[in-house]
Design a protein around this ligand. Structure first.
Ligand SMILES: Nc1ncnc2c1ncn2[C@@H]1O[C@H](COP(=O)(O)OP(=O)(O)OP(=O)(O)O)[C@@H](O)[C@H]1O
Length: 605
C-alpha cells in the first residue's frame, strides 16, 4: 500500500466556509438519522437535564443572599431550613451535572458507532476498500480517518453539545433580564461586542482548520510507518534495517512535529483573541452602566442607590457576557471539529461516489454469492467461468499495454496455465478477471458467481484473518453451513491432513481455540500456502484461480495438491513459472510482454 503525498492545496480548501457547513450537515444526517432515533432521544434528554441544571444553579445562586438575611435577623429555624435546602440543591446540582456528563459520554459512543458503521458500510461495499487503498491517491490514510478522526470528532462534538444546547435558552433569558435592568443599551452593546469577537475569531480560525487537516494527514503517515515496520519486522530484521528505518520514522515524526508547532503558533493568535475577549468582557458591564451615569441620566440618585443599581446591572450583564464568552471559548474546539469534519466529509464523499460506481459490479459478486452456502449445497451454475473478447489491459495510470486483444473462454475442465516473464501482466489478468481492474478495451464476462461452487481466487500473498483455525479454513464463509457439527470438524481435519498440516490442530489447541498470534508471523510461507489449499479443499469451488499458489512448495507437494484439486472436480486457472505445472493444465497462455500473447494446448493431462 502506498502512502500518497498530500494533494496540493488540500489544506487551503479546508476552511470554515460553505463547504464546511455542507459537510457538517451531511455528517449530522448520519448522527441523527430520524426524529425518533436513539440519538435524538439522548439529545433531548441532555437538553432537559441541562435546563433543569440551569434552574437549580439559579436557585443555588440565590442562597448566599438568603443566608445574609437569616443570619442578619438571627432566625435559627430559618437558618436550619435554608441549610437543608442548600444541601438538597447542591446534591441535586451535583447529580444533574454528573448525569449531564454521562449523557454526553453516551452520545459520544452512540455517534461514534453510527458514523463508523456508516463509513464501514461504504468502505466495505463492493471492492471500494481496494480501489481506495491501491488505485487512488487523493484520499490519504482512510484507516486513520475511520478510526481516529471519527473518534476525535465525536468526542469534541459531544463536549460542545452541552454548551451549545443550553446557550439559546440562557441567552434569551439573560438578554431579557439585561434589557429589564439596562434598557436597550446593555443587550445591544453586548451583542455588538459578541459579533465583533466572532468575526475576529473566524478570521483567526480559518488558517488553523487547514493546518489541523494537514497535521492529521501527517499523523496518519507516521502511524502507517510504524504499522509497516510491525507487519514487516522479520524482513526488516534480516536486512538489519533498524538504522535506516529509525531514520525514516524519525523523519516522519519531525515533519509531524513541525506541523504541530506551526499549528500551535497559529493557535496562539486564537488564544490571544479568545482571552482578550474574555477579559474585556468582564469590564464591558461597567462600560454599559458608565454611559448613562456620565451622560447624567442617573444624576438625581444618591451614591448608595447608584452602587445598588451598578451591582444589580453588573450581575445580569456579566452573566449574559459569560454566556457569550463560553461560546467564544468553544472556538478552539470548533476548529478541531471543523478539521475533522473536512477529513471525514471528504472520505464520505469519495466513498459515496465510489460505492455508487461499484454498485453495478457489486451485483455480480459478494451480494450475490451466498456466503453461508457451504460444500454439499446444490448449486445451479454455468459451465463457463469467464469469456473474454478482444480484451486489452494496461496498468493503472499507464498507457503501456500489458495484454492486447485477448480472446479466451475458460470452461469447466479446461485447466489454464498463465506463464510469462516478471511484470508481463499475469496477476493483472487475474485482477481483471476478478473485477479489481477494468480492462482498457474489449469485454470481460464473468458467467459464474464468486465463492463456493463458483470461482475462488487464491491470491499471490496468502490472506489470513484474525480468529481460530476453523475460521481460517472456512474463510470467507462466516459460519459452517448447513450446521453439520462434528461432520464438518472431520472434513476440516481431513483436508488439513491432505494439505500436510495435521500438526497445526495440535499447535492451535483445537479447531476452535482462540489464538492471539499473528498467522503471518507463526506460519512459514509454505505452511501459509498449504493452509490456503485447505481452504480451497473445504470450499471446493468449481473454478480455482491460483496465483503462484505453490511457489513456496516442492514439486512433489505441488503435484499432490493439484491432484486433490482435480479429484475434487475443480478447474484450475493457475499463474506460475514452473514447467512441472503444465501437466495439470490443458492450455498455456504465455504473456510475452508489450501486449503480445500465445495460447497453446499442452501435451499434459
Ligand atoms: N496498482 C498498480 N499501479 C500501477 N502499476 C501496477 C500496479 N500493480 C501492478 N502494476 C504494474 O503492472 C505490471 C504488471 O504487474 P503484474 O503484477 O501483473 O505482473 P506479473 O506478470 O504478475 O509479475 P510477477 O511474475 O512478478 O508476479 C508491472 O509492471 C507492475 O509494476
Amino acid at each position: 500500500m502506498a502512502v500518497p503525498a498530500a494533494a496540493p492545496g488540500a489544506g487551503s480548501r479546508s476552511k470554515l466556509g460553505l463547504q464546511f457547513l455542507q459537510r457538517f450537515l451531511q455528517i449530522q444526517k448520519v448522527l441523527f438519522p430520524s426524529w425518533s432515533s436513539e440519538n435524538v432521544l439522548m439529545f433531548l434528554t441532555l437538553l432537559c437535564v441541562a435546563l433543569l441544571e440551569q434552574l437549580v444553579i439559579y436557585q443555588v445562586g440565590l442562597i448566599p443572599s438568603q443566608f445574609y438575611q437569616v443570619l442578619g435577623s438571627k432566625d435559627l429555624n430559618g437558618f436550619k431550613r435554608l441549610t437543608f435546602l442548600a444541601v438538597v440543591l447542591i446534591v441535586l446540582n451535583a447529580t444533574l451535572k454528573s448525569f449531564d456528563q454521562f449523557t454526553c459520554n453516551l452520545l459520544y459512543v452512540s455517534w461514534r458507532k453510527g458514523l463508523t458503521e456508516h463509513l464501514h458500510r461504504l468502505y466495505f461495499r463492493g471492492r471500494v476498500y481496494y480501489t481506495l487503498n491501491v488505485l487512488r491517491d487523493d484520499i490519504d490514510n482512510p484507516d486513520q480517518r475511520i478510526s481516529q478522526d471519527v473518534e476525535r470528532f465525536c468526542r469534541q462534538l459531544s463536549s460542545m453539545a452541552r454548551q451549545l444546547i443550553i446557550s439559546p435558552f440562557t441567552l434569551v433569558y439573560y438578554t431579557y433580564q439585561c434589557f429589564q435592568s439596562t434598557g436597550w443599551l446593555g443587550p445591544v452593546s453586548i451583542f455588538g461586542y459578541f459579533i465583533l469577537g466572532t468575526m475576529v475569531n473566524k478570521l483567526l480560525m480559518g488558517p488553523i482548520v487547514a493546518k489541523l487537516v494537514q497535521q492529521e494527514k501527517l499523523e496518519g503517515d507516521f502511524r502507517f510507518k510504524h504499522m509497516q515496520i510491525r507487519v514487516n519486522a522479520e524482513p526488516a530484521a534480516f536486512y538489519r534495517a533498524g538504522h535506516v528505518e529509525h531514520m525514516r520514522t524519525d523523519r516522519r515524526l519531525q515533519r509531524l512535529l513541525q506541523t504541530q508547532r506551526e499549528l500551535m503558533s497559529r493557535e496562539l493568535w486564537l488564544y490571544i483573541g479568545v482571552n482578550t475577549f474574555d477579559y474585556l468582557g468582564s469590564i464591558l458591564s461597567y462600560v454599559v452602566i458608565a454611559i448613562p451615569i456620565f451622560s447624567g441620566v442617573y444624576g438625581d440618585l444618591s451614591p448608595t442607590e447608584l452602587s445598588t443599581l451598578v451591582s444589580k446591572n453588573a450581575f445580569v450583564c456579566i452573566y449574559l457576557i459569560s454566556c457569550f464568552t463560553r461560546l467564544i471559548d468553544l472556538s478552539t474546539t470548533l476548529t478541531d471539529v471543523a478539521g475533522y469534519t473536512h477529513r471525514i466529509g471528504e472520505l464520505q464523499e469519495t466513498l459515496l461516489d465510489m460505492s455508487l460506481k461499484s454498485q453495478d459490479s457489486e451485483d455480480l459478486d459478494e451480494s450475490k454469492w451466498d456466503m453461508d452456502m457451504a460444500p454439499g449445497w446444490p448449486a445451479e451454475l454455468a459451465d463457463t467461468a469467464f469469456a473474454l473478447e478482444r480484451v486489452s489491459i494496461s496498468a493503472p495510470s499507464s498507457d503501456k499495454p500489458l495484454i492486447k486483444d485477448l480472446g479466451l473462454k475458460i470452461s469447466e475442465g479446461q485447466n489454464l496455465l498463465i506463464t510469462g516473464n516478471t511484470g508481463t501482466g499475469k496477476t493483472s489478468l487475474l485482477r481483471v478477471l476478478g473485477g479489481l481492474w477494468e480492462s482498457t478495451r474489449g469485454s470481460v464476462q464473468m458467467l459464474t458467481d464468486f465463492g463456493p461452487h463458483g470461482v475462488l481466487f487464491l491470491p499471490q500473498k496468502p490472506f489470513f484473518t484474525d480468529g481460530t483455525l476453523r475460521e481460517q479454513v472456512i474463510y470467507p464463509l462466516k459460519e459452517i453451513y448447513p450446521d453439520s457439527g462434528s461432520a464438518d470438524d472431520e472434513r476440516i481435519v481431513r483436508f488439513l491432513e491432505l494439505a500436510g498440516l495435521s500438526s497445526l490442530v495440535t499447535r492451535t489447541g483445537g479447531l476452535d481455540q482462540q489464538v492471539d498470534w499473528n498467522w503471518y508471523d507463526v506460519l512459514s510461507p509454505g505452511e501459509m500456502q498449504r493452509l490456503s489449499f485447505t481452504r480451497l479443499f473445504y470450499l471446493q469451488p468449481k473454478f480455482a484461480v491460483l496465483d503462484e499458489a505453490t511457489s513456496a512448495l516442492t514439486e512433489e507437494v505441488e503435484s499432490e495438491l493439484y491432484r486433490i484439486c482435480h479429484q475434487l472436480g475443480m478447474t484450475c486457472i493457475s499463474v506460475g513459472h514452473r514447467r512441472s505445472l503444465e501437466k495439470f493444465h490443458s492450455w498455456v497462455l504465455k504473456l510475452c510482454g508489450g501486449g503480445k500473447w500465445e495460447l497453446t494446448r499442452t501435451k499434459g493431462e
